[in-house]
Ligand binder design. Structure first.
Ligand code: PLP
Length: 406
């Protein structure tokens, strides 16, 4: 059974008030709150166990290294990856995708080659490819969604031509909540000999993931959305793709030997982890993932499905409230606009007065905003600790905004 009260009790921040009202935190798509076990791990890490990792010969360095390296195995287990050396630790999805852009794509693509993307990508899965367009003449090929916000895998596969060298798609839209069948896309792309990068920033948060089963070449996640510390994350990179890569950042830790006239590199995955890493954030990330696995991602998915259906039903009953994205398979993420003149920022400000935290803006997805014909939305994104009461509070506060702007 999903013990929501116990889970809520694990997150100290949920007991606070905002603007004199109990906090209703619905900004999980931007960043999730942290359970006490993660906060304790961070405190313990800095208070009693801190030192730099790797190469240290003293007790604290060995301890920090052991805990830091253990996270690699935890992430592999969480993602269903058999070989933990295919996990590169980093600060999050943005760094992960840039690692692929600089380390793999710059080595393996040339002018006129294409990258296939969907129109609902986050900027983190767009701008690094624009860099290649600007610097190397790579062509970005966009695949549209339908009016429900769904991405048809076959359309992605059909967009792959002889010059396509990479498909880069999200598993779950941070704006619409749409879940994408990335396994079907991977199978189709591989049949045409094209590697696939999956942005799992949102996808890995809302449902169990098995990256080996998806079969993709690159899979990026970010720690702070998975109830872990900010500045933690990882990217799965298939060994074959790692072998085709050059290191993206140079510095300590990623080398074997450095001489005046040449340098040799560490083995992968360390080869792609230059400099002192986010030691304690990474350790905290591992603790967050253990916490999620103890509760069970399938249980979290089921809980969030109920919240999604409940909230969708409520929204459907209100003719002044518009939700962008009505995909059949969707996470509990609602991008909302009100009839009339209310701007998303105004909606969010009014909701905040009621203690309801949502995000307003373009959500780092401007090509999608263009596709939807809006400049901004107010986005309510649910997480593992949200309740039906939270959904009610959201709808009540939206009602107030509607009255004020009607
Ligand atoms: N991709 C998606 C779908 C996201 O929602 C986000 C964050 O909002 C990112 C990528 C970027 O993640 P980060 O800023 O943690 O690197």
């Amino acid at each position: 059974m999903y013990d929501i009260e116990k889970i809520r009790g694990d997150f100290p921040i949920l007991s606070r008030e905002v603007n004199g009202k109990p906090l209703v935190y619905l900004d999980n798509g931007a960043s999730a709150q942290k359970p006490q076990v993660v906060i304790d791990a961070i405190t313990q890490g800095y208070a009693m166990e801190y030192s730099n990792v790797h190469r240290g010969l003293h007790f604290l360095s060995n301890l920090a290294t052991e805990k830091y390296e253990a996270t690699r195995g935890i992430i592999a287990r969480f993602l269903g990856v058999a070989n933990e050396n295919e996990i590169v630790l980093n600060s999050g999805t943005t760094e992960g995708i840039n690692t692929v852009a600089y380390g793999w794509a710059m080595e393996n693509l040339s002018a006129g080659d294409e990258i296939v993307l969907s129109v609902m990508e986050h900027h983190a899965n767009i701008v690094p490819w624009h860099f290649l367009r600007e610097r190397m003449g790579v062509i970005l090929k966009w695949v549209d969604i339908n009016d429900a916000g769904e991405l048809n895998p076959q359309e992605v596969i059909d967009a792959i031509g002889p010059k396509t060298k990479l498909v880069a798609v999200t598993q779950c839209s941070n704006v619409l909540g749409t879940i994408v069948d990335v396994k079907a896309i991977t199978e189709g792309a591989h049949a045409k000999g094209v590697p696939v990068l999956v942005d799992g920033s949102q996808g890995a948060v809302h449902a169990p993931v098995n990256v080996d089963d998806i079969g993709c070449d690159f899979y990026a996640i970010t720690g702070h959305k998975l109830y872990g510390p900010s500045s933690s994350g990882a990217i799965f990179i298939k060994s074959e793709r790692m072998a085709e890569m050059r290191p993206f950042m140079g510095g300590g830790d990623m080398i074997r030997e450095v001489h005046r006239d040449h340098v040799t590199y560490n083995d992968a995955p360390m080869k792609f982890e230059a400099g002192t890493p986010g030691i304690i954030p990474t350790i905290g990330f591992g603790v967050a993932l253990e916490y999620l696995m103890n509760i069970g991602m399938a249980n979290i998915a089921e809980h969030e499905r109920k919240l999604r259906d409940y909230t969708m039903d409520k929204i459907a009953g209100l003719n002044w409230l518009n939700v962008q994205g009505t995909a059949t398979d969707k996470a509990a993420i609602f991008s909302l606009t009100l009839d009339g003149a209310a701007h998303a920022h105004d909606i969010s400000t009014i909701l905040d007065k009621k203690g309801v935290a949502v995000r307003a803006g373009h959500h780092c997805a401007q090509p999608l905003m263009e596709r939807l014909g809006v400049t901004a939305t107010a986005r309510a994104s649910f997480g593992m600790y949200n309740t039906f009461d939270d959904a009610d509070a959201l709808i009540d506060a939206l009602g107030l905004a509607h009255e004020l702007f009607a």
